[in-house]
Ligand binder design. Structure first.
Ligand code: SF4
Length: 345
């Protein structure tokens, strides 16, 4: 039997493998609970299964999960993980503990082909897509470290999820089934790849789609997101309309607030008009300065004026809490810091 990765299996698949090999079916549940509920880092760490079953599992099923290379924890508990994959590539994910939820922001690609100007992830180019187990492996590695269940997953780490659509969709179905995290607690973000939004809509998932808008103006958007020229704003909105019609899920617009670029009253008014027209919820994210992007977030007063205009226009908005504010807080920063050190291992 060729080795299949454990994270690709549903409980039924494992039970079938056991039955085919004269192993009692109930052992499947024990193994699943050991890995997903009791955070065992490998089959050898599951206490209630016999030695010969551990041997069978190790011989036939790959349970290798990404290794934690480094952790960077902020005073508010946000923890950025640098993980090493089997082929030595480095990836990042970020654990965000809130009062009643444990969120994990995961990566879908090694590097990013989009290259948004404000993002450290795109600055180092694109290597390849994650496969399904590399996506799921981020959850297993972090759950094993924090020894708690994750409750929310955000596909908003390194990479453009919709350019790795098949693996993203397969992984979120497995997250739903194996981690028992409902689709409503999963958010997938996109820089705005029009053709892929149509494809995602056809899956009719219950997830939240977050579109990175960042400017209500086409020309300005192109300066922030290099692929925006191929995905004009009006065509994007049509794709979002189609997404809403097929899924009945309202789309969130992500909007990075950058001082002196897109955060004045003029932008707030134009953004309000569009948000009202397309019934979007706006998620405002104060900009993080990176080595490659020397811009700050607006002041608190400027943000208040901006949100006041959204409010006056009855646009729903949230301001992302400033979490993880340390020197590595920008997306892709930790990986960028270590690329030279680890890339050639
Ligand atoms: S913001 Fe997202 S899409 Fe843009 S370069 Fe960074 S990882 Fe890629």
């Amino acid at each position: 039997m060729a080795k299949i990765h454990f994270s690709k299996l549903k409980i039924k698949d494992l039970e079938n493998i056991f039955q085919e090999n004269n192993i009692p079916k109930y052992r499947g549940k024990q193994v699943f609970e050991g890995i997903y509920n009791h955070f065992a880092p490998s089959f050898d760490h599951i206490n209630n299964i016999p030695k010969d079953l551990k041997l069978f599992l190790n011989q036939n099923i790959d349970s290798d999960i990404p290794k934690i290379v480094e952790k960077s924890t902020s005073p508010d508990g946000t923890c950025k993980y640098l993980l090493r994959l089997q082929d030595n590539n480095l990836i990042e994910c970020v654990y965000l503990p809130y009062q009643k939820r444990n969120s994990l922001c995961i990566s879908t690609q090694i590097g990013c082909p989009v290259g948004c100007v404000f993002c450290a992830s795109g600055a180092h180019g694109f290597v390849r897509n994650h496969n399904v187990w590399e996506i799921i492996g981020q959850l297993l590695a972090v759950q094993g470290d924090i020894k708690e269940k994750l409750t929310h997953i955000v596909y908003m780490g390194i990479g453009e999820p919709l350019l790795n659509l098949d693996n993203v969709v397969s992984s979120l179905k497995l997250i739903n089934e194996n981690f028992k995290i409902s689709e409503r607690r999963i958010t997938v973000s996109t820089s705005g790849i029009t053709s892929q939004i149509y494809k995602l809509a056809d899956y009719k998932l219950d997830i939240t789609l977050a579109l990175s808008l960042h400017s209500p103006f086409q020309e300005e958007r192109e300066k922030l997101i290099p692929t925006a020229g191929r995905n004009p704003i009006q065509k994007l909105f049509l794709a979002c309309d189609d997404y809403f019609k097929k899924t009945k899920r309202r789309i969130t617009w992500e909007y990075i607030l950058i001082k002196d670029i897109n955060s004045d009253e003029y932008h707030a008014k134009e953004l309000s008009k569009l948000a009202k027209k397309y019934k979007a919820h706006i998620n405002l994210i104060p900009c993080n300065k990176t080595d490659n992007y020397n811009h700050n977030a607006p002041s608190e007063k400027e943000i208040k004026i901006f949100t006041g205009i959204l409010e006056k226009n009855k646009v729903e908005w949230t301001l992302r809490q400033k979490k993880g504010q340390n020197e590595n807080s920008a997306c892709g920063q930790l990986r960028a810091n270590h690329l030279n050190e680890y890339e050639n291992l």
